[in-house]
Design a protein. Sequence first.
Length: 298
Amino acid sequence: MKLLLTFPVGSSKYYPQLKNDKLWISEKDYFAYHYHRSDSDKKLVFVFVHGLGGQKHQFSGLIKLLEDDGYSTLAFDQLGCGHSSKNRHPPSMYSSEGLAKASATVIDKVLPADAPVILVGHSMGCVVVSRLYPLCKERCKGVVLLGPKSHVTAMNKKRIQQVLKLPHFALNLMRLGYRLRGSRSSSVENLVALGCPHHLRLQQWLWNKHSDTYTWKWSLAGMGDISHTYLKVVTCPVLLVAGTQDRATPKENALAVKAHLVHTKHVYHEFECGHMIMIERLQETYEKVYEFVTEIER
């Protein structure tokens, strides 16, 4: 097990960097991905699925720690996110099901056919993982859900409908307004705990700036639930981690998922942090993931 030496992050230049290789799926579209194939005897590959408006670099601290421990990793930006191409596609491609199919494509094209995987999702990425699991069930040996979004509330649905009625320029202006005041903007305040350090807030703000409005809009509209229908088919171990100060997906979401996991072994942990669990509590998250995968490998 490794210990991470933390340091101030003034911009993405100083945050642990990942590769931005391109997986072309058409003449115009490509996924930006990071694949590290370990030369150790550890066979498991950690596959990271980011959430709404996110990108693979949000996992980079956790990825580097796992790679230092000898694990292989695969992380990628969904189309329209991070460093992937940002051409517009039909809304169905950005739904939870559409993103799961896209994720399966990346896995199948990048990883060896016999590579066993641990699926790691964050926020809405956990919804995508719930759809992705059946597509790679035979090779999936474990699932990690960080700050999962378990269900879309009536209030969520009402706000989504309001968003869908806005013209693109108005939605762009609204999102720009959320990012005003930089590291103290509402776009950051909603994702981190009250005592989150400035350098982490600033990094989150920089990531938020990369979020494409068209992709964000239709991913939000197509977000589904992590219901019993999807969880009842999960047969591998599951690790759930929640933040006690999470305002985007309060810990009740993770507890709702936990209540549905009646047919498989699962572990639940809470950290005193906001929504960006793997950033605010990187070392603790890594330690729990390490314990989880070590148990699987026995």
